[in-house]
Design a protein around this ligand. Structure first.
Ligand code: THU
Length: 136
């Protein structure tokens, strides 16, 4: 699984997003150490606090299937375009809650990828996006 393939899997998931309130669609593709890819999208709710981000959807799917060891995650976002406008992907670094959630299962060298397209992928590590993170 190349980074480009992982990124494309995230892009595909962005289109499955349920985001009628924010119109901000996010997709994620999480690569486990055993090579399995777990995908996710954001799923919003009328009771806004019930919303779950794309990253956490992917992690919850993986962990609930018995997988707890991860290598990298690709995250993509594409706001619902205005009438007649083109679709345009934007960078989407994980929110604070997702950073903490990921920290629970990921080593410092776990890689986070986002970008506006396959040609413009950017990389950060777990330690870079959440230095001195909390763990019991
Ligand atoms: N969202 C994600 O899916 N991941 C993030 O890291 C940031 C935010 C979603 C939640 C909500 O559905 C929408 O983006 C706007 O905040």
């Amino acid at each position: 699984m190349t980074d480009r393939e992982l990124f494309r899997a995230a892009m595909e998931m962005t289109r499955r997003s349920y985001a009628p309130f924010s119109k901000f669609r996010v997709g994620a593709a999480l690569l486990a150490k055993d090579g399995t890819v777990y995908t996710g999208c954001n799923v919003e709710n009328s009771s806004f606090g019930g919303t779950i981000c794309a990253e956490r959807t992917a992690f919850v799917k993986a962990v609930s299937e018995g997988c707890r060891e991860f290598e990298k995650i690709a995250i993509t976002a594409c706001p619902v375009p205005e009438e007649g406008a083109e679709e345009a992907f934007v960078e989407a670094w994980p929110c604070g809650i997702c950073r903490q959630f990921m920290k629970e299962f990921c080593d410092d060298d776990f890689v986070i990828i986002t970008g506006t397209g396959e040609e413009t992928m950017r990389y950060m590590t777990m330690n870079e996006i959440l230095p001195e993170g909390f763990r019991l």
